[in-house]
Design a protein around this ligand. Structure first.
Ligand code: GDP
Length: 386
């Protein structure tokens, strides 16, 4: 062996164990570091097993039950209640434009002769104000404009506004008795002839109450038409409100009873009960509505009875309204479809006829086109249009 090869051999023999030792040292260090961060030292305690006993059942992937997450329904958010009539005022003004414009044009004339006053009277009668309120209003306007002087559009407007407002009566209490009282939910019975917008009103009122922070349960006591209960349920589902319903053709009173019982148990704020509106015979109607009310009151007092009237039916609607008012003690009027008629005078006529305030008005087919009635806003809308 030549000296060079020998030197290389010696060098290899000497360095090889050194390199191996160095690698081993680094590996051990690393392991120690890792175990010190991942495994927290834990003192074994009495009763602890050093290792998992062999007979312990171990779960397999197949056995793990995945949680089934409920599909979160998305509900509509009803429009705020405050200022709704202001929002819908343009619509109201548009429908009543002929009334407001007609009256102001007549009263602004320099000379108000008998013919002119007759025209004022005709305009009011055409707007369904009713005979007695029309005559009273005309005589008050005549007296004031004669004494205080008319002739200027501003003057005519001021006097007309004041007198119309007095006729609509801003002093009537229009608050809805819908809140919980003495530990019981408020119970609202909605009555009226089919087609007036009863079910729509129940659905929209539910939305208003929700927007106001209340909780609601619906009762579909119109058991004669399955479609009516379906329609009501759909209104409820849109905003996450439940509907209590019974079998088609079942007893309306028992559905109403069940709805109020359920509402009391769930501690909701308000139970809204939709009723059948067939105008068969007065005695039939009286028996049915009377029974519904009596049966409900075994659970909780009926706090509000709302009579729905279609404004477009005018005086005819009044006749029907009278029949209902004789059967149940009506506490408020809902005047629907005011957007579709120029006969805004019906507000006054119906209040006079029944001695009950108009509390809500319908101003369109939209889900939130129901507003709390306000005398000043109403009169201003009539005159805005002029
Ligand atoms: P019900 O038979 O008394 O329950 O009447 P519905 O609630 O089914 O309503 C009858 C029709 O009147 C529906 O087409 C409603 O959309 C419509 N309706 C209800 N209220 C109003 C309203 O304020 N304005 C308009 N334009 N239509 C309305």
């Amino acid at each position: 062996m030549d000296p060079v090869t020998l030197a290389i051999l010696v060098a290899v023999v000497i360095t090889l164990p050194l390199v191996a030792g160095l690698i081993a040292l680094v590996t051990v260090r690393r392991r120690r570091n890792r175990s010190s961060t991942l495994l927290q030292p834990a003192e074994p305690r009495v009763g602890d097993d050093a290792e998992v006993p062999r007979d312990t059942a171990t779960g397999t992937v197949e056995e793990v039950e995945l949680p089934t997450l409920p599909r979160q329904p998305t509900y509509e958010t009803p429009a705020p209640v405050l200022g709704r009539l202001t929002r819908l005022r343009a619509r109201l003004a548009r429908s009543q434009s002929s009334l407001g414009r007609g009256l102001l044009a007549l009263l602004s004339r320099e000379q108000l002769d008998d013919d002119a006053w007759e025209e004022v009277e005709d305009t009011l009668l055409a707007a369904d104000l009713g005979v007695a309120p029309t005559q009273e209003l005309v005589s008050r306007l005549r007296a004031r404009l004669r004494i205080e002087g008319g002739g200027s559009p501003e003057r005519a407007r001021t006097v007309l506004r004041e007198e119309l407002l007095a006729t609509v009566d801003p002093t009537m209490d229009r608050t809805l008795a819908v809140r919980r009282h003495e530990g019981k939910p408020g119970v609202v019975l909605v009555v009226g002839v089919n087609g007036t917008g009863k079910t729509t009103t129940v659905g929209r009122l539910a939305r208003m109450l929700l927007a106001d922070g209340g909780s609601v349960l619906l009762g579909a006591a119109d058991t004669f038409r399955a479609a009516a209960a379906d329609q009501l349920q759909t209104w409820g589902e849109r905003v996450g409100v439940d509907t209590v319903r019974g079998p088609e053709g079942g007893d309306p009173a028992s559905v109403a009873f069940e709805a109020v019982r359920e509402g009391a148990e769930r501690e909701v704020d308000t139970v809204l009960v939709d009723t059948a509106g067939r105008l068969h015979t007065k005695t039939g109607l009286m028996d049915e509505l009377g029974k519904v009310k009596r049966v409900i009151e075994k659970q909780a007092p009926v706090t509000e009875v709302l009579l729905v009237i279609d404004a477009t039916t005018g005086q005819n609607g009044l006749v029907q309204a009278r029949v209902f008012a004789e059967v149940v003690h009506v506490t408020g009027i809902v005047l629907t479809k005011l957007d579709g008629t120029a006969k805004g005078g019906i507000v006054v006529a119906v209040q006079r006829e029944l001695g009950v305030p108009v509390k809500l008005v319908g101003l369109g087919e939209g889900a939130d086109d129901l507003a709390a009635f306000d005398a000043e806003d109403f009169v201003d809308a009539l005159l805005d249009a002029a």
